[in-house]
Design a binder for this molecule. Structure first.
Ligand code: MN
Length: 467
């Protein structure tokens, strides 16, 4: 947790942006795995609640009454039975004081506060809920059916939270750096322990343990797969094979829930084949292109398409693609290789603020993506970069057998792709390289003290020296 002034000033800023009404920020509740006493662990607090109220305990709600200039932390104190099982914890009024909130009240009071505000015709601002128990809570408190809650959520609040959480302060950057250090340990451990004969699940399990030991948890379920062409492919019980590549996309949340998110793709036997190297180096070049261009003022949509251009040009050199690159990009032909966006915001959430609605987080009227075009419709971030933004730079090249077959059958982008040559790559897999970058005054820089090796010779060297 930060010092209490961080939270008081964040709430003061939020009040200035929203101007009137009452803000209700729901903290998360425990989520049962297979019964009420066995919850998913560790407990994960809601990120916007963490941002404004800092407390990691379950069962809390934060109230910011702008009109009456009053803040209340709502939650029930634990009883003696809880103390017997879980030990003593601070009272809700103490939790409130720790984050500069003057008032505390039990959960039963929340209904009264909402009823009173509704009767007075005051605006009650809440964020779009993503957990079903919170949806029931909102139904109970405000009488809004869960299906209508997304549209009933306060757009003013969404926009204000996005404005504030998008720009990372010095103390947040220090947390992100700490998460990056754990991420470094995870990735380099994967490079060390992976080898032919070891299962994907074994490696994934070992590196998940690193996130748990040094931080709080992984920032998302680990992707560790020889089928790198499956975007969110989880680890299987298959053994790693000599000659194949393995893709490792993972990150940690540190103790204060700031995230890291990196991807490395490396040869299981420690040495790239020349076919792998050609594709790998194209991804490195696209990754570095994004680093070169990212600075305040440029849109991430422009950076995305610059990376796509590099990839398409290199695919032309290998004979997998053909034609005029501008026309190919306009037609969406590059999405055969890169069907996702270059990156996303990162912070307290790995896809930062995704629950608030990607269109509000990653775009403005100027950069709204073409939702009708395959690939481009998956962009998560397009808007103009500002100093203090943290975004991921994660280009990739994938050979997805089903996509190759489908496009060939439909003759989709046939003027720009060489399907016979693509067939030769159906067993290749996929490559992604991902780093987290902070937008600085002049340009950008990597997060993390040590950079996980990514240039092909650095990866080979690291594996040769550390296995
Ligand atoms: Mn990512």
């Amino acid at each position: 947790m930060f010092k209490k002034e961080t939270y008081t000033s964040r709430r003061a800023q939020l009040k200035k942006l929203i101007k009137s009404g009452i803000i209700v920020l729901f903290g998360n509740n425990e989520a049962p795995v297979n019964g009420p006493a066995n919850s998913y662990a560790p407990f994960r607090q809601d990120s916007s609640f963490l941002y404004y109220f800092g407390q990691k305990r379950d069962g809390l709600v934060g109230i910011i009454d702008i009109d009456e200039d009053k803040e209340i932390l709502i939650g029930n104190d634990i009883d003696i039975e809880d103390i017997v099982w879980f030990g003593s914890v601070d009272a809700v009024k103490d939790l409130a004081a720790q984050v500069g909130v003057d008032h505390a009240a039990p959960m039963a009071e929340l209904k009264n506060i909402c009823d009173k505000a509704q009767k007075a015709g005051r605006k009650i601002h809440f964020l779009p809920p993503y957990r079903h128990d919170i949806q029931i809570q909102i139904l109970d408190l405000l009488g809004i059916h869960p299906y209508k809650q997304k549209e009933a959520a306060s757009l003013e609040l969404i926009n204000a939270v996005v404005e504030m959480r998008s720009v990372k302060t010095e103390e947040e950057i220090a947390e992100l750096e700490a998460a990056a250090e754990i991420g470094y340990k995870m990735h380099t451990t994967a490079m060390r322990i992976a080898r032919p004969g070891v299962t994907e699940k074994f490696v994934a399990g070992q590196i998940e343990g690193i996130a748990n030991s040094y931080g709080s948890m992984v920032s998302f379920p680990i992707i560790f797969s020889q089928h790198g062409e499956i975007m969110h492919g989880g680890p299987s019980m298959k053994e790693l094979e000599d000659g194949r590549l393995v893709l490792c996309d993972c990150g940690a949340e540190n103790m204060n829930h700031y995230c890291s998110d990196n991807t490395r793709t490396f040869p299981i036997n420690g040495k790239f084949t020349s076919q792998q190297l050609d594709i790998y180096n194209a991804v490195v070049e696209a990754h570095d292109k994004a680093l070169e261009l990212s600075r305040p003022g440029i849109t991430y949509k422009e950076v995305h398409f610059a990376a796509c251009r590099v990839i398409f040009d290199r695919m032309k050199e290998i004979g997998l693609a053909k034609g005029n690159t501008d026309d190919a990009l306009a037609a969406g032909a590059h999405a055969m290789f890169l069907p996702h966006g270059l990156g996303h915001m990162m912070g307290l959430d790995v896809h930062d603020m995704e629950a608030l609605g990607q269109i509000y987080v990653g775009f403005d009227a100027e950069t709204r993506p073409n939702l009708d075009q395959f690939g481009t419709n998956c962009l998560r971030m397009g808007r103009r970069l500002q100093e203090g933004f943290v975004v991921t730079d994660e280009p990739g090249i994938y050979f997805i057998p089903a996509l190759i077959d489908e496009w060939r059958a439909k003759k989709h982008c046939a003027d720009f792709l060489n399907f016979d040559k693509l067939d030769e790559y159906k067993n290749f897999g996929g490559i992604r390289i991902e780093d987290d970058i902070l937008i600085t005054k002049e340009g950008c820089r990597f997060l993390g003290k040590e950079l996980i090796p990514y240039k092909a010779n650095d990866v080979e060297d690291y594996i040769a020296k550390n296995r």
